[in-house]
Design a binder for this molecule. Structure first.
Ligand code: ADP
Ligand code: MG
Length: 279
């Protein structure tokens, strides 16, 4: 009889019942975005999850990121790592958001560890090179694709760029699950020339990185400007929740809900029931 190879003898596959998975999921915590965006995703972003906010320049992605950072650092008193790939991080804004939310600004600032990665190599190794004692509850990558776009120029580099980006997101997702960290990435959009003019905006304005990155992301939220200084956050792609949108505004508190009346005027579609459906 042929001898079994060693790895065939020792390989034990890690099956779990769906019931066990459900029990495990009941212990998962969420972090609130401090905005009505929470209502789209079951109350907040789950630990171990990678969420993407995408939208055009000035739509409010960084403001969402800074509000989240302030809430986690100042209210939950947990560490945050903020990779500032677009070099737009201003601590003064954190102080403003913290003060207006009744949080201790100094404590908030001390809990946020900011890194400006000079190249994609530094960015992709971020989780391996965290300073001693830094175990973040929240990792933000503001401008996920910015450095990739700087380093990979021209159509001929597209495949290589996508590969590098995809590998990074996969590793990030695995790390998030293992360490129970919430990962939030923000991303720019480009106009899809092949899209029909009748398609919804979130399909005409594709997030950089395209389809190949989508399956690494648990929730994808499109952010855009609306009337009267209001903005809309729309959940467009989720493994658990239906598409739906909520308005928000940018204020001295960071991002927050808009009064109900304005909300009704700006709504373009039915609201979600708040319950997930299969996907
Ligand atoms: P992006 O999607 O490009 O990251 P931002 O998140 O930086 O966009 O959002 C920029 C918007 O936030 C600007 O329209 C600006 O007016 C608004 N904004 C920035 N700081 C404040 C503030 N302190 N109070 C109110 N609005 C602000
Ligand atoms: Mg920004």
């Amino acid at each position: 009889m042929p001898k079994k190879k060693k790895n065939q003898q020792t390989l034990i596959l890690n099956f779990k019942t769906a019931y066990d998975l459900m029990k495990e999921r009941e212990t998962i915590k969420r972090i609130s975005t401090g905005t009505p965006i929470d209502e789209l995703i079951g109350g907040g972003i789950e630990e171990g999850e990678v969420a993407e906010f995408f939208g055009e320049y000035g739509s409010g992605k960084t403001q969402i990121a800074k509000t989240l950072a302030t809430i986690v650092a100042g209210e939950q008193k947990q560490q945050v790592v903020f990779a500032d790939c677009e070099e737009t991080f201003k601590p003064e804004r954190i102080v403003q958001i913290a003060k207006n939310r009744g949080l201790d600004p100094e404590l908030t600032l001390k809990n946020i560890h900011v890194l400006i990665p000079p190249t994609t190599n530094e960015l992709v190794s971020i989780t391996e090179k965290l300073p001693e004692g830094v175990t973040p509850k929240l990792l933000i990558i503001d401008g996920l694709t910015t450095l990739f776009r700087v380093e990979y120029i021209g159509r001929e580099t597209l495949a290589e760029r996508q590969g590098h980006l995809r590998k990074f997101l996969y590793a990030l997702k695995r790390w998030a699950k293992q360490t129970k960290t919430v990962v939030v990435v923000t991303n720019q959009v480009y106009a899809d020339a092949s899209a029909s003019p009748f398609m919804p905006l979130e399909y005409k304005e594709l997030a950089v990185g395209g389809h190949s990155l989508w399956h690494c992301l648990d929730n994808r939220i499109f952010v855009r400007k609306a009337q009267g200084g209001t903005r809309i956050a729309k959940l467009v792609d989720s493994s658990l929740y239906p598409p739906a949108e909520r308005p928000f505004k940018i204020t001295e508190k960071g991002v927050e809900a808009v009064p109900k009346l304005v909300e009704a005027e700006n709504s373009t579609e039915e609201k979600a029931e708040g319950e997930p459906h299969g996907g």
